[in-house]
Design a protein around this ligand. Structure first.
Ligand SMILES: Nc1ncnc2c1ncn2[C@@H]1O[C@H](COP(=O)(O)OP(=O)(O)OP(=O)(O)O)[C@@H](O)[C@H]1O
Length: 238
């Protein structure tokens, strides 16, 4: 039985403007429903295939600030989110999340600044700006990952070394086993390797389920590591 907070996403394309670029995104053609029945769901696919657009729309439809943060974050440095959220209906389960966080690599700096402005004597700032990019990103993730939480993470690997990606993997796995739900956009073959996750690929003109070994992140990394010289010879000669 599906135990997730957000169990599926239904699409009503009539609510998207006729001339909108959203109608041109290939992966969205004919997309009417997306099942979310695993504690961890990954969105993978080529750059520009629509992963972040969909994650952001789910986040906004659920009440998160488009630029990221918890549901208490209400700030806007640039109003650039798409209208896709208006076309979504989120089918919710009977459980309600205890805490949630929308984490985007691209607006992390602004979220860190906002976190400072929300700090007070009882809730001191974690001082994310005083750490390196990767240190602060991992700290923010670690400070916000909890049991029974709902997490939407957009390329959380962006600032992280492989070792820290493994640390994040362990944390995500632990929270997922403790009732949390994760939707994660990633290009990381490390994070994608979390056992038991569902993977949706946005390539080949449709959003479709995909095995770990079929993802491009895995295949290209595997090819490069196991055939580096031959691959480089070929690429650099062309
Ligand atoms: N404001 C906009 N106007 C027109 N097109 C846009 C706009 N915002 C995004 N797009 C286009 O929508 C498509 C999907 O973008 P999106 O950011 O969702 O891709 P992605 O799969 O997350 O890519 P990446 O892996 O590079 O982050 C891209 O082709 C992008 O150029």
């Amino acid at each position: 039985m599906n135990q997730q907070f957000i169990q599926s996403v239904l699409f009503d394309w009539e609510k998207v403007g006729r001339g909108s670029y959203l109608r041109e995104i290939e992966a969205f053609q004919g997309l009417e429903r997306l099942e979310l029945d695993h504690p961890i769901t990954f969105f993978v696919g080529e750059n520009g295939s629509g992963k972040s657009t969909l994650l952001e729309a789910i986040a906004v439809a659920h009440g998160f600030n488009p630029e990221g943060g918890s549901k208490n974050y209400r700030f806007s440095t640039r109003d650039s989110h798409s209208e896709l959220w208006k076309a979504l209906r989120l089918v919710k389960g009977h459980r309600r999340e205890k805490w949630g966080y929308f984490l985007r690599a691209e607006s992390f700096y602004n979220v860190a600044t906002q976190e400072e402005s929300y700090a007070d004597a009882l809730h001191p700032s974690a001082g994310y700006h005083e750490k390196s990019h990767g240190e602060s990103f991992l700290a923010l993730a670690q400070n916000n990952l909890r049991a029974n939480g709902l997490y939407l993470l957009d390329e959380p690997e962006a600032a992280l070394s492989p070792q820290r990606q493994l640390s994040l993997l362990v944390q995500i796995d632990r929270c997922a086993k403790d009732g949390a739900q994760f939707l994660i956009v990633t290009h990381s073959p490390i994070l994608l390797g979390i056992p038991g996750a569902a993977i949706y690929c946005f390539d080949q003109g449709k959003v479709h389920p995909c095995a770990y070994e079929e993802t491009e992140s895995y295949r290209v990394t595997e090819l490069f590591i196991n055939n580096r010289q031959a691959l480089l010879n070929r690429l650099l000669k062309e």
